[in-house]
Design a protein around this ligand. Structure first.
Ligand code: SAH
Length: 481
């Protein structure tokens, strides 16, 4: 890999919470192994569209999260705060986390310690009593501004002034404090009602030379260091000349569109979250970008209307959530026929599904670049550039039904099929354990029951080299590598 990577950044790494928390799915691998795992995952899902460039890793893959959320509760009479254990509602107490911003972690620990002093208690979901549900901290890495959001079930705040005074005394770096009221039984952290208790109610950050205002509820990329790399690639792929009309779909607070605005004639942004659109409009002013307009709408519906109105769009940036895009959106993109599409994705499976649709309908993938936005977790971010094969308006829209079925892009042979193939071609028996060992060595995903920790595997007999070679041949045959 091109970057200087700490040799064994993920290895145990002193994180005593690794198993209890479950948030870092890849922490049993070194950072280099994690990157290889992600590269292979991309190749497995995307190689049918062309070459996948080498993943861009993070120079120092630690404390990259600029947004930290902590749930508050009581365990054995003590106040605890931290993350919910994976797939459960139990809180794991966190003092510091190797992924999270260190300032944010310190602020959360301070709040935990201050609560008893002011006779404030965590909220109890069963009894409906108590004061504090969650704390959210966002820190702008470039400007140093810090937002603290205290989530409470009602708009009461006993001893508010004294509590705030002490919090700000201990953490003068905090620039704004918000109380978010969330009384609902919901897994959503923030409520709709917000009270600004201190400062301006938002923070500002700088990315790719542009300034952005960030509210409590709007989406903002959580790894700002790698976001610059990601946006840099997206804008490089668009190769704008200054004459284009650009659409930034799923634009959030307008970051990609505003970073591209200086190189385009006009930028149109569309986003569903009203708070994010409000921020995006402010951000256009903040950056003196007069050639940008933002709309609050469902991206699919917006595109259908744009297609009906025969809007002329030259380049589409699209950055949908994990579920990927939808057919109305993709269909309308095909009708509008932009020369280029730059697809930024945080889910390689839905990306493969949507690329399948675009490639059947007049587009060709030109470049695919994974960027590691989430070290130590299993998530992979990829930026893909597509170009139209023909300059004319494309007639008709083709789609395979299974293209919309996620499992189709994940289809791969079972262990029994691999064993049967090896038996037939080489007359040799291999075990499922042998196959899983080779897959693991290559950084491929292995099934649940084979997904043992490395130390468990070390006690197992290892796959002999001759069998390993044959299994690799079989995996090649099934296009898994
Ligand atoms: N491009 C932005 C945001 C990407 S996250 C950035 O890099 O920061 C995806 C965004 O899509 C979120 O802001 C989410 O609110 C928005 N979104 C989700 N579903 C949508 C839909 N159907 N139509 C438009 N926007 C949507």
């Amino acid at each position: 890999m091109a970057q200087t990577i700490p040799k064994k950044a993920g290895k145990g790494n002193g994180c005593t919470l690794y198993k209890a928390c479950g948030g870092c799915q890849l922490q049993n691998l070194s950072y280099e192994e994690q990157l290889r795992y992600k590269q292979v995952k991309c190749i497995r899902h995307l190689s049918r569209f062309g070459h996948v460039d080498e993943i861009i890793g993070m120079q120092t893959p630690l404390h990259y999260r600029n947004k930290v959320q902590a749930a508050f509760g009581v365990y054995r009479g003590r106040i605890i705060s931290g993350v919910y254990q994976s797939k459960s509602h139990r809180i794991v107490n966190v003092d510091d986390c190797m992924l999270e911003d260190e300032t944010a972690d310190k602020i959360i620990v301070t709040i935990r310690r201050l609560l008893p002093r002011f006779k404030l208690t965590p909220y109890n979901e069963d009894t409906g009593r108590g004061f504090l549900r969650h704390v959210l901290v966002k820190r702008a890495f470039a400007t140093g501004e810090v937002m603290v959001v205290l989530v409470t079930p009602a708009n009461l705040f006993p001893k508010r002034e004294a509590f705030l005074h002490e919090l700000l005394r201990q953490h003068p770096e905090i620039t704004t404090v918000i109380q978010s009221i969330n009384g609902a039984k919901t897994s959503l952290v923030l409520g709709k009602q917000e009270l600004v208790l201190f400062g301006k109610g938002y923070i500002e950050d700088v990315l790719c030379g542009c300034r952005f205002r960030i509210s409590a509820r709007s989406f903002y990329q959580i790894n700002p260091v790698q976001t610059e790399v990601l946006y840099g690639k997206a804008i490089e792929f668009a190769a704008l000349t200054g004459s284009e009309t650009v659409l930034d779909a799923y634009c959030g607070i307008g970051t990609i569109g505003l970073c591209a605005a200086g190189k385009a004639k006009r930028v149109i942004g569309v986003e569903l979250n009203a708070d994010a659109v409000r921020d995006a409009k402010q951000n256009a002013k903040l950056n003196n970008s007069a050639n940008v307009q933002f709309y609050c709408a469902d991206a699919g519906k917006f595109m259908v209307e744009a297609a009906k109105a025969h809007e002329k769009i030259d380049v589409v940036f699209m950055d949908p959530p994990r579920a990927g895009s939808d057919l109305p959106f993709l269909k309308s993109v095909v009708t509008l026929a932009p020369k280029k599409i730059v697809y930024v994705s945080c889910n390689v499976e839905t990306l493969a599904r949507d690329l399948g649709v675009l490639c059947k309908n007049g587009y060709k993938v030109k470049k695919m670049q994974p960027v590691d936005m989430f070290p130590h977790t299993g998530h992979v971010e990829t930026v893909v550039s597509l170009v139209r094969k023909t300059p004319d308006i494309y007639v008709g829209f083709k789609i395979d039904l299974d293209e919309q079925d996620l499992t189709a892009s994940e289809a791969h042979p079972t262990y029994e099929e691999i064993k049967a193939y090896i038996q037939k071609e080489y007359g040799i028996k291999v075990s499922s354990l042998n196959i899983s060992q080779v897959k693991r060595k290559l950084g491929l995903e292995v099934g649940e029951s084979y997904n043992k920790s490395k130390s468990d595997n070390a006690k197992q007999p290892q796959c002999p080299p001759d069998k390993e070679k044959i299994i690799i041949e079989a995996l090649k045959h099934f296009k898994m590598i």
